[in-house]
Write a protein that binds this ligand. Structure first.
Ligand code: SIN
Length: 278
């Protein structure tokens, strides 16, 4: 294995266009000495993997705080249980949307900067990998014609649209509850302060504003299909103790299917957003 060195940390790119493995021990990560290099690498590579680092909750929180401002969950907790077990996570139903490509925070003007996910329990029978795609790279590789065509497009995003992916015939009460969360109009192309551009797509996108429904669906599906081609995708096969973090502003992600009764448990912390959609 050939390792490169970023700052003082040895790293290895996992694919050409997305994801880098970082080799460091807990003390080095928790010291904060490498925070700048990690942030720079995250923006450049989209996904960082810290294999079997084995953080406790307190260590994961401390590491997150070396990188920026920790964003608490809705109930104020610092750490969120990513599990389909409703005995552990009362809002586990919302996680059903995580099986479809998405980015987090499309209901907010400033979406979270990054998520950090660590694995605690994995399905004994396999499944439950997590996939990521690099939406900066996907934008960059579009033809100039495509870039021109989508430059000024805007799409409506909502939680109720992702509901329809996993529950295509919801009862009316459930639909109304999801609709109460609201919806938001966002650009299809996000022009970042850095000047780089990424795509805002995924299962929260219902339609392109002002476009005929069939044409709008074709456009959204074609772009999602483009952005999730193998050259833009990294698939993480979890080992217990891995920590994976991703730049939520330049990637989409999804969980691959697993047995809901498998006990799969990942723990998530989030970094507060620093840049509004634009
Ligand atoms: C998520 O969408 O944040 C969860 C991903 C996973 O469960 O693998």
């Amino acid at each position: 294995m050939t390792l490169q060195t970023t700052s003082t940390l040895p790293t290895r790119d996992l694919t050409e266009r997305i994801a880098t493995e970082v080799h460091a021990d807990k003390a080095a990560l928790l010291s904060g000495d490498h925070a700048g290099a990690i942030r720079e690498l995250l923006e450049r590579r989209g996904v960082l993997v810290f294999p079997q680092i084995g953080f406790t909750d307190a260590e994961q929180i401390a590491f997150t705080e070396t990188l920026g401002t920790l964003a608490p969950e809705r109930d104020g907790e610092a750490v969120y249980d990513v599990t389909l077990d409703t005995n552990v996570n009362k809002q586990a139903d919302y996680l059903k949307g995580s099986f479809y490509w998405h980015l987090d925070g499309t209901m907010n003007q400033v979406p979270i900067l990054a998520s950090l996910l660590s694995s605690r329990v994995l399905p004994a029978d396999g499944g439950g990998d997590t996939e990521f795609c690099n939406t900066y790279a996907a934008y960059d590789d579009l033809s100039e014609d495509d870039k021109d065509q989508i430059a000024s497009l805007r799409a409506m995003h909502s939680a109720w649209n992702s509901l329809l992916y996993y529950d295509p015939e919801p009862d009316f009460a459930t639909l109304r509850q999801m609709m109460a969360i609201g919806e938001r109009e966002l650009p299809v192309v996000w022009t970042h302060r850095s000047g780089r551009k990424s795509l805002i797509l995924g299962c929260t996108a219902s339609n392109i504003v002002g476009m005929d429904y069939a044409q709008s669906t074709k456009t959204l599906v074609r772009l999602r299909d483009w952005a999730t081609q193998p050259q833009f995708v990294y698939r993480h096969r979890w080992s217990v103790g891995d920590l994976v973090m991703w730049d939520n502003t330049g990637t989409m992600h999804r969980a691959l299917p697993y047995d809901p009764n498998s006990g799969r448990m990942l723990r998530r912390t989030k970094l507060a957003g620093e840049e509004p959609f634009a």
